[in-house]
Design a protein around this ligand. Sequence first.
Ligand SMILES: Nc1nc2c(ncn2[C@@H]2O[C@H](COP(=O)(O)OP(=O)(O)OP(=O)(O)O)[C@@H](O)[C@H]2O)c(=O)[nH]1
Ligand SMILES: [Mg+2]
Length: 432
Amino acid sequence: MTDTIYAPATAAGRSAVAVVRISGPETAPAVRALAGRLPAPRRAALRTLAGAGGGEIDRALVLWFPGPDSYTGEDVAEFHVHGGTAVVGAVLVALDGLGLRLAEPGEFTRRAFENGKLDLAQAEGVADLIDAETDAQRRQALEQLGGRLSDVQARWSDALTEALAMLEAAVDFPDEEVPQDVAARARPVLEDLAAELEAAAADAERGERVRSGYRIALVGAPNAGKSTLLNVLARRDAAIVTATPGTTRDIIEVPMELAGYKVILADTAGLRDTSDEIEAEGVRRARAWAESADLRVWLADGMDPAATFEGAARDDIRLITKRDLGEHLADLRGEPFTTRSPNDVAWLERSLAERVVADLAGGEPPTATRLRHRELLTEAADRLRHALAQDERLELAAEDVRLAARALDRITGRIDPEQVLGRIFSTFCIGK
Ligand SMILES: Nc1nc2c(ncn2[C@@H]2O[C@H](COP(=O)(O)OP(=O)(O)OP(=O)(O)O)[C@@H](O)[C@H]2O)c(=O)[nH]1
Ligand SMILES: [Mg+2]
């Protein structure tokens, strides 16, 4: 028997309305204790809420969702109270006084998962939707909540089950001609599936980028104007700018939105050989961040005859800075640029947005969106490749296919151990 939990479902602090949610077997008695008789199911009723001593707490809307047709699958109720902290606090005290327990982060969704209301991939979609700051994040999360990944996973699992049945038939009736044929028929199915899983795993990185942000690094020699550019793009003084080369040491990350995508723009230490220990560490971090970034914008001071784009890759953006100071002296191929020109800055913003869209939008939205998915897809694909390499050893191949199926099942999570589930749900906010 589960206990009954409660939590504010809306953010802490002052608001017009706040929602307190309850789920579990003691929900109906709790509603009666606070609000009198139960409202009709799924109909809002205006009630006076009263605390333990009978003192009035608030006039509130009360909603009653008898299980199993509720978010968690259990009996659920919601109090929509005035969103003052004292009001919410008094409701929570009253519920605590009835012996109910404050929910852990993600516990409502965890219960929905346990009761088969949604699978693990969908539950992750809920978390992502709550965290979504950009339109692209919202769309991707909504797709996952709607079962996009779950549906594809079910199709993969079906294909695997079928291939496994063919292999097992061949194992069980080794002397017959027909089953060997059957085993041969499993091969193209497994080959196609392995390729499809590998493609989905590769594409998961795109999904991860949409979720966590596309990373753009500003890199180049000291004094090239990286911090100035960061401040202009961020529209605030996020980084210190001085005429002294070697000003920036730490990485300064600024979250932004470009073309509806979340982007993380980073200012980095100017790249140069230095005996200064602190600056050298800054340069090391700058190189590491730039290397793992999705896009690098290289800056070279056009007024410095020795400036170079050394280290830049073909796809990187190259800016020859300080164009406002005159014809550039350095012998460089790149875009003459100055942060002093709003036109130049607007051009750069458009170019960056185009790159983000080109890299993230793709054709279809990505099916898999997390490292967890990517790892499981890769594991399943590797098992299938292994199975295909077993040749005549059908029993071993069948075992590999079984392990691949297990990895795929874990995407929707019915068979994951307690610790894994605990870790996933603990990243949710309280009240969800
Ligand atoms: N005239 C002109 N000066 C600029 C421009 N961009 C930056 N500067 C100047 O160049 C100097 C260095 O700028 P920063 O933005 O600190 O350069 P940085 O690349 O961050 O330098 P480090 O942090 O040392 O690597 C400052 O004095 C800026 O005001 C520009 O477009 N035109
Ligand atoms: Mg700087």
